[in-house]
Design a protein around this ligand. Structure first.
Ligand code: HEC
Length: 129
């Protein structure tokens, strides 16, 4: 008899679990870059891996966030985006980003030659529409 009561309990638990799942999934996959229409996939991939961590709306890296917020970038006007891209081009070409200090502990965060080429080309705005 007792076991019958377990069923609704399990059902509720199950429901809670499944309701929770999509939310978690959204959280994990919350990179807004996925919806940035003008940004080529290869650029998104690099930014996602190498830049987004410090430069997003919820970043704990206040300085980084203040200078560049990819979340805001997406929503900003084309003219603003162009200005930001120019800055990005500068820091990437100069090798200023990701910050050297950070790379001392996270060498895997360094831009590869390919990453560098991808970001440089994109941020130079060569591919005009
Ligand atoms: C470890 C965190 C971190 C990572 C990773 C990182 N940045 Fe930054 N970024 C910062 C910080 C901190 C600043 C502010 C530096 C300052 O004010 O001196 C900054 C500043 C900038 C600026 C503004 C520079 C200026 O002078 O206005 C740009 C553009 C930028 N980052 C682009 C990038 C790009 C592109 C990447 C990926 C290749 C990247 N960042 C990766 C932390 C980071």
């Amino acid at each position: 008899m007792k076991k019958l009561f377990l069923f609704p309990a399990l059902a509720i638990l199950g429901l809670l679990f499944f309701q929770g799942t999509p939310r978690t999934a959204v959280e994990v996959d919350k990179s807004p870059l996925a919806v940035m229409p003008d940004m080529p996939a290869n650029v998104k991939a690099v930014v996602d891996q190498k830049c987004y961590g410090c430069h997003n709306a919820e970043s704990k890296n206040e300085k980084g966030k203040a200078k560049l917020d990819w979340d805001a970038f997406e929503a900003s006007k084309k003219s603003k985006q162009m200005a930001v891209m120019k800055k990005i081009n500068e820091v990437v070409v100069n090798g200023d980003m990701p910050p050297k200090k950070y790379l001392e502990n996270r060498p895997e965060g360094k831009l590869s030659e390919a990453d560098l080429a991808t970001l440089t080309e994109w941020s130079s705005g060569k591919k005009k529409k």
